[in-house]
Structures are given as structure tokens and as C-alpha cells.
Ligand binder design. Structure first.
Ligand code: ADP
Ligand code: MG
Length: 271
């Protein structure tokens, strides 16, 4: 591979995506910082999943381009792109009866060719992914029989096994209890410290503010603001993006912005 390690080189240039007549991502330009942990936030239906899919060639933009290392992502062969970008979709579906190891084997598919099938590299990649996600003891378990937290780790392990520099995770913490949410975010942060570039869609603004090195706020298919959480998260932004009135206080643990929604009864009584 001629990919500089740790470099994502992912850039959206005026990307527009439509399912029908109406575009759901509108002329979005965005440079994903290499080696960063970028979080995308925004209300339901604003186009987050659509955009992140386009970053992994899951959708072809109607206008504009997604550039990967200076080349249109669609100019790569499929496997070549999949060796550089891995996407965990919002609602991944595991084949019936597949084991954790079986799932991870699928992550190795982009590394195979007609001449080069299974190799020790594949075993090493799977071993690494199992180790990092704490799934060694569950490698032979069926994915369908895992708890929610374990299953989510299995999916993360699958994208890890793909051994890309760039990981795209669409709502990786949804359906997890609060402790498992933080466990997963910590794992992402460690991976980022080790050189991966991570992009995640997250619903919890306070978690996003704690973990993101770069925050992207979307509304109605457009980017409303981007930057370091402390620089962009204000009551005005939260109201603009989510139609929610709030106070922002420093997170007592980290000092990062923490959103405290306004109590509507109290606000009504005060006026
Ligand atoms: N496959 C599809 N066909 C038609 N419309 C879709 C499809 N997927 C998403 N949409 C619509 O596109 C908009 C953006 O969806 P999505 O990107 O999933 O938003 P988000 O991830 O921010 O919740 C929504 O209005 C949604 O209903
Ligand atoms: Mg979504």
C-alpha cells in the first residue's frame, strides 16, 4: 500500500446527494483532519448517514466529489478503496449464524486477490481486532447471541480487521448502556492516539464535546459550524441546529462544553 500511515486525506468538495428530486446533502465541503477524531452531530434526518456513506463509496454524489488522497474516491477500484476506508453503518446486519471470527474474516476480503487469498497477515489482523475489542473469548460465539455491547464491539472489530487508516462509525453508541457508550468512545480515542483517523456520527452532544477533536454540526443537509467543540458549541448554535434552548456549562470532569437544556416550565414561569 502506498498510503502514508495515519493520513486520511478525506475531503468533500461541494458534495450534493439526493435520493429523489430533493437533495438531502447540499453542497457540502469538508476536510476531515488527518489523525483527528471528528464527530458529526445534527438532528434526525439532516443527512449525517447519507454523508458518511458517501465518504465510504456507499453512495455516489449527484454533484461534487469525495476526494481520498487527492483522487476522486470513485476512481479507486472497490477493494482498493476498502483498504483505505472502513464504514460501520448505522444498522449493520450480520448474516444468520455467523460467528465473531466469521464476521472479522469478512473485513479481510478487501485484502484478498485472485492470487493472494488467506495469509498470516489476515490472522494477525483478526488477532489484533479481537484483542483490542476484548473479544478473544467470544471469537467463536454467534454474533446474533451476543449482548448489545458485545455485538457492537464485534462490529468495531470487523472494521478494525479491515486495517484501514480511516474509520467511519455511524452512531456506534446507540443501543448501548451508558457505561458501554463510554467504553466504546475510549476505545475510539485509543485507536486515534495510535494513529487512526476517526469520523463518527453521535447523538449525545456532551459526549461529542468530550471526545471530538473536530466537531461538525449539520442541519438540513448543510454544515452549520465546524471546529473545536469549545470554539463552536454555544447556546445559539444548539438552538440553530436542534431548536433547543439551553445553557452551556463546563463539563466538571473535562472542562469541555456541556449542554444543559432549558427547563420549559421554569422559563415560562420567569416570563
Ligand atoms: N434510502 C433512502 N431513500 C430515500 N430517502 C432516504 C433514504 N435514506 C435516507 N433518506 C432520507 O434522507 C434524509 C437524510 O437521511 P439520513 O442521512 O439517514 O439522516 P440522519 O443520518 O442525519 O438521520 C432523511 O429525510 C431521510 O428520510
Ligand atoms: Mg443516521
Amino acid at each position: 500500500m502506498n498510503t502514508p500511515s495515519g493520513a486520511s486525506g478525506l475531503v468533500a468538495e461541494g458534495v450534493t446527494i439526493s435520493y429523489g428530486a430533493v437533495p438531502v446533502v447540499r453542497d457540502v465541503s469538508l476536510r476531515i483532519p488527518d489523525g483527528g477524531f471528528t464527530m458529526i452531530i445534527g438532528p434526525n434526518g439532516c443527512g449525517k448517514s447519507t454523508m458518511i456513506k458517501a465518504f465510504a463509496r456507499g453512495l455516489r454524489p449527484a454533484g461534487g466529489r469525495v476526494m481520498l488522497h487527492g483522487r476522486d474516491i470513485w476512481s479507486y477500484r472497490g477493494r482498493e478503496a476498502a483498504r483505505r476506508v472502513a464504514l460501520l453503518p448505522q444498522n449493520p446486519i450480520a448474516p444468520d449464524g455467523i460467528s465473531v471470527r466469521g464476521l472479522l474474516r469478512r473485513g479481510r476480503y478487501p485484502h484478498h486477490t485472485l492470487l493472494r487469498q488467506w495469509s498470516p497477515d489476515d490472522d494477525a489482523a483478526i488477532g489484533f481486532a479481537l484483542e483490542r475489542t476484548g473479544l478473544n473469548d467470544l471469537a467463536e460465539a454467534q454474533v446474533g447471541e451476543l449482548s448489545g455491547g458485545q455485538r457492537q464491539r464485534a462490529w468495531i472489530a470487523m472494521v478494525l480487521a479491515q486495517q484501514t487508516d480511516l474509520l467511519l462509525l455511524d452512531e456506534p453508541t446507540t443501543f448501548l448502556d451508558i457505561a458501554h457508550q463510554y467504553e466504546l468512545l475510549e476505545l475510539c480515542r485509543e485507536l486515534r492516539d495510535e494513529g487512526k483517523t476517526i469520523v463518527a456520527v453521535l447523538h449525545d452532544l456532551n459526549q461529542a464535546c468530550r471526545y471530538a477533536t473536530h466537531l461538525v454540526a449539520m442541519r438540513a443537509g448543510r454544515i452549520v459550524a465546524e471546529g473545536a467543540p469549545a470554539e463552536i458549541v454555544t447556546p445559539a448554535l444548539v438552538e440553530e441546529v436542534f431548536d433547543l434552548r439551553c445553557e452551556i456549562v463546563p463539563d466538571p470532569q473535562t472542562g469541555t462544553p456541556m449542554v444543559v437544556p432549558e427547563d420549559r416550565r421554569r422559563a415560562a414561569a420567569a416570563t
